[in-house]
Design a protein around this ligand. Structure first.
Ligand code: HSE
Length: 371
């Protein structure tokens, strides 16, 4: 059995990954070693069958003993450890959740329902670095997979509604704390309470010095944040830039027609599912029936929601999708502004297909090939 070392397994993405690996019995197929940057030597009970002793995630010689290393430890760890391992001539496979290596020419962004062929070719060519894509990119590509396969997309404008989980576990907690602080305004509320007075109270709590906002720096509960990640010189946020460059890297590697993607990335007060409102320019005036059919049948994870009010509000939301592998796709209609322009609204769990699942799947691809 291949020896697989997992680093960063206690974090949010790592925990979701382990949960999925348990569900799919992946641990039966590998010899698993858990690494830690701070608790080497401790015993943990992660595997159902046995206790594991933690290995030192900062010890290159221990890491070198692995055939595959899977890191959910973050970009700084990758930057520090991977070059040392390669200098030591370690030629194992490195699977990574962090964005650090995504645009490297010797790394493949993995999303196998879309770029399986590219992955297979890269394995044959000796590629050893495999990176999960940005969550909005992976979720969007799976959502519009049918249009990509058909090669009919000219460009996409993606306006995102990104959950707190994308910013980290502590940010999810801060969102809940903020919600709790706002709900204090409800203490003496009755149906007779004047709504404007109540709203004023909420506003006062939000703008008070004491309002908890250490991580987000502004209120997210009851509000939104129209910027995600760093500011770039061209006016884009880094998150918006990733949307375009990662999409094109994935499409190009698999021989698909590429297209420009741009739009605004917005943080909203959802917990762990990202939503995206897409405006898509198609290369022709296709019937809505054809478009719906292409979208709905593209891959096994699509949950296509007919463009009606009741179905849309019930199935097309973070509340409906969180914790599931399905990608909800709906609100598909021709936009009145121009023919060939359609709208699509899509929601997917940011921790599953947006982060852990593509990593779990490349791990399985490598295991099955016994590389
Ligand atoms: N950058 C994403 C976000 C998370 O902030 O929502 C993961 O790709």
């Amino acid at each position: 059995m291949l020896r697989v070392g997992i680093i960063g397994w206690r974090g949010m993405v790592g925990s979701v990954l382990l949960q999925r690996m348990h569900e799919e019995n992946d641990f039966d197929k590998i010899d698993t070693y858990f690494f830690s940057t701070s608790q080497a030597g401790e015993k943990v009970h992660v595997l159902k069958s046995q206790e594991s002793t933690l290995h030192n995630a900062l010890d290159v010689h221990e890491l070198k003993g692995m055939d595959i290393l899977l890191s959910c430890q973050g970009g700084d760890y990758t930057k520090k450890i991977l070059p040392l391992l390669r200098e030591e001539k370690w030629d194992g496979h490195w699977i990574d959740a962090a964005s650090t290596l995504r645009m490297d020419s010797n790394a493949v962004i993995v999303l196998d329902p879309i770029n399986k062929e590219a992955i297979e070719n890269a394995i044959k060519e000796g590629t050893k670095n495999w990176v999960g894509g940005n969550c909005t990119v992976s979720l969007m590509l799976l959502a519009i997979h049918g249009l990509i396969k058909e090669g009919i997309v000219e460009w996409v404008s993606s306006m995102t509604y990104q959950a707190a989980s994308g910013a980290g576990a502590q940010n999810m907690k801060e969102l809940l704390v903020q919600m709790g602080e706002l709900s204090k305004s409800l203490d003496d509320v009755t149906y007779e309470t004047n709504i404007l007075e109540l709203d004023k109270k909420v506003q006062m709590i939000m703008s008070s010095e004491k309002f908890t906002k250490e991580l987000f720096s502004v209120p997210l509960a009851g509000s939104l944040i129209p910027w995600i990640d760093e500011e770039l010189e061209n006016g884009q946020s880094r998150e918006e830039w990733k949307g375009s460059v990662e999409t094109n890297k994935i499409l190009q590697s698999n021989g698909f027609k590429t297209f420009n993607v741009d739009g605004l990335c917005i943080r909203i007060g959802a917990m762990r599912s990202h939503s995206q409102a897409l405006t898509i320019k198609l290369n022709n005036n296709y019937s809505i029936e054809k478009i719906e059919k292409l979208l709905a049948s593209a891959n096994p994870w699509i949950n296509f929601v007919a463009n009606h009010k009741e179905a849309s509000i019930k199935h097309l939301s973070p509340a409906a999708v969180s914790g599931k592998l399905s990608i909800a796709v709906g609100r598909v209609r021709k936009l009145n502004v121009s023919e060939n322009l359609i709208s699509v609204f899509t929601v997917g769990d940011q921790l599953l297909w947006g982060a852990a699942e593509p990593l779990r799947r490349i791990l399985n691809i490598l295991i099955n090939k016994k590389v």
